[in-house]
Design a protein around this ligand. Structure first.
Ligand code: FAD
Ligand code: NAD
Length: 475
């Protein structure tokens, strides 16, 4: 017999599980099918983000940051440590414990909200029927719902002649589970994953080399920020080689030999491990039957409109498997909006104010337009900036590298973009997002009282500097 629901969500990542909880909160009889299995062999909700993405990478970034500071920063505070060492096993177990706490937490939330969890694979058929194959079984169970939300997420892209073997040539999951510090870690792609996970192992002692095909570094960030980031990362020891094309990689005698091509021609370089981090692609394998009718575009994304509706009535799609940035918070907000639309409420997302954060040290965060975008679009703007070195808090913390840069419309003063590189940039960006959501002006931020001494004073001073009236810097 076919079990019937109001909503079936396929995929239990930040797009899917959040959509399921919100739908259940709104009184809809909801099921969520997710096929991910944790290290303990049991269902592990939370998708890429909780299992092999945002959370485990941040756990390792924090562990490695403590270790790095212990060795390199604390002496300046008069704290001296001899014979500091790192136990990689303990670090990885701590990371795993954080992951299971959170994935278990999602399962608890499902129970509390009466979302029915199915562990296994879901496949959308015609007429909003869903075929469910339980984990480690070939049984087929039929489910049906008024509305289906596809939230199947993404997987790493592979490049020609560089085959993952999951031991020497690894992806984001493999690099989160290394059992020892590789003396030489190669990374293909100097994007977000390359920089974050390259930083982790570099801080722990690896010599990290990033091979980036593009001639420019972090081209989607504001140029002032990416230039400063490039300088700081180089000083930390990351060897970032731009304009470098990887032709092939092969494993022999316990190492990876990479053939690459750059402005000097072809050459070879060897690593102990090679992380491939050249982007991700939507994961729709086995998700749709031939007669489901759901359209997929040339980039492999499920086609959706502004409200996340696919071309099939009652079938919606959110997160990494559709257009837009591949970010957990974007996926979750889409999930909430879809659940609310299904429940007959009004909902929409402002894609223009989705913040980006790169959790390196210093962190990089931005929202809105970059200066180069405003120039290209011919928008008249004013810019203000302020270095963290000018804040009492940054200096007191001994963490004062970087700056805040604010861009505002020349006529209306509306904030069009804020770009931060520096300590706690990930937290500081929030007030800039709020300002932009409310179409606030730089003058609004300039007139708001910011606590002293805090890092947020750099945001305040950058806002003042838009009008060339910053107090703690020359204008
Ligand atoms: P996913 O999280 O990928 O979840 C999809 C789920 O659906 C998976 O569990 C999958 O197994 C399941 N599934 C797929 N097909 C089926 C099927 N047919 N049947 C049943 N289940 C299925 N984003 C941030 O915002 N901040 C960060 O700090 C950040 N760090 C990251 C670090 C790394 C290393 C990586 C790889 C990604 C990171 N991301 C980060 C990106 C973030 O993880 C994704 O944007 C987010 O997980 C997308 O959510 P989603 O729900 O669309 O998909
Ligand atoms: P990315 O798009 O950030 O970076 C990939 C890099 O690889 C780019 O710089 C690209 O030019 C380069 N590249 C592509 N093909 C190449 C090749 N053949 N040789 C050398 N370089 C090549 O992708 P990613 O780092 O794999 O991360 C995937 C996505 O996951 C990100 O786009 C982001 O959406 C998400 N993510 C987010 C966070 C965060 O929010 N902090 C962290 C990690 C991942």
């Amino acid at each position: 017999m076919t079990e019937k629901f109001d909503v079936i969500v396929i995929g239990g990542g930040p797009g899917g599980y959040v959509a399921a909880i919100r739908a259940a909160q709104l009184g809809l009889n909801t099921a969520c099918i997710d096929m991910n299995t944790g290290k303990d062999g049991k269902a592990a909700l939370g998708g890429t983000c909780l299992n092999v993405g945002c959370i485990p990478s941040k756990a390792l970034l924090d562990s490695s940051k403590h270790y790095h500071h212990l060795q390199h920063s604390y002496a300046a505070h008069g704290i001296n440590v001899t014979d500091a060492s790192i136990d990689i096993g303990t670090m990885i177990s701590r990371k795993d414990a954080v992951v299971s706490k959170l994935t278990g937490g999602v399962a608890q939330l499902f129970k509390a909200n009466k979302v029915k969890q199915f562990h296994g694979r879901g496949r959308l058929l015609a007429d909003r029927q869903v075929e469910f194959t339980p984990h480690a079984s070939s049984e087929k169970i039929m489910l049906e719902a008024e509305n289906i939300i596809l939230a199947a997420g993404s997987v790493p892209i592979a490049i020609p002649n560089v085959e993952y073997d999951n031991e020497y040539i690894i992806d984001n999951a493999g690099v989160l589970d290394l059992t020892e510090v590789p003396p030489r870690l190669g990374v293909i792609g100097a994007g977000v994953i390359g920089l974050e996970l390259g930083s982790v192992w570099q801080r722990l002692g690896s010599k990290v080399t990033l091979l980036e095909a593009l001639p420019s570094f972090l081209p989607t960030a504001d140029e002032d920020i990416s230039k400063q980031a490039g300088r700081l990362f180089k000083r930390q020891g990351l060897d970032i080689r731009l304009g470098t094309l990887v032709k092939s990689a092969s494993v022999a005698n316990g190492e990876v030999k990479v053939t690459l091509e750059d402005k000097n021609g072809e050459s070879e370089i060897s690593f102990d491990r090679l992380l491939v981090a050249v982007g991700r692609k939507p994961y729709t394998k086995g998700l749709l039957s031939d007669d489901s009718g759901v359209e997929i575009n040339g980039r492999g994304q499920i086609n959706v409109n502004d409200q996340s509706q696919t071309n099939v009535v009652g079938v919606w799609a959110v997160g990494d498997c559709v257009r837009g940035p591949m970010l957990a918070h974007k996926a979750s907000e889409e999930g909430i909006a879809v659940a609310e639309l299904i429940a007959g409420k009004a909902a929409h997302i402002h894609f223009d104010t989705v913040p980006w954060v790169i959790y390196t040290d210093p962190e990089i965060a931005w929202v809105g337009k970059t200066e180069q975008q405003l120039k290209e679009e011919g928008v008249a703007y004013r810019a203000g900036s302020f270095p963290f070195a000018g804040t009492g808090r940054g200096l007191a913390m001994g963490d004062a590298a970087g700056m805040v840069k604010m861009l505002a419309d020349e006529d209306t003063d509306e904030v069009l973009g804020v770009h931060i590189i520096g300590p706690s940039a990930s937290e500081l960006i929030a007030e800039c997002v709020v300002t932009m959501e409310f179409h606030g002006a730089s003058e609004d931020l300039a007139r708001i009282v910011h606590a002293h001494p805090t890092l947020s004073e750099a945001v305040h001073e950058a806002a003042l500097h838009v009008d060339k009236r910053a107090i703690h810097r020359g204008n």
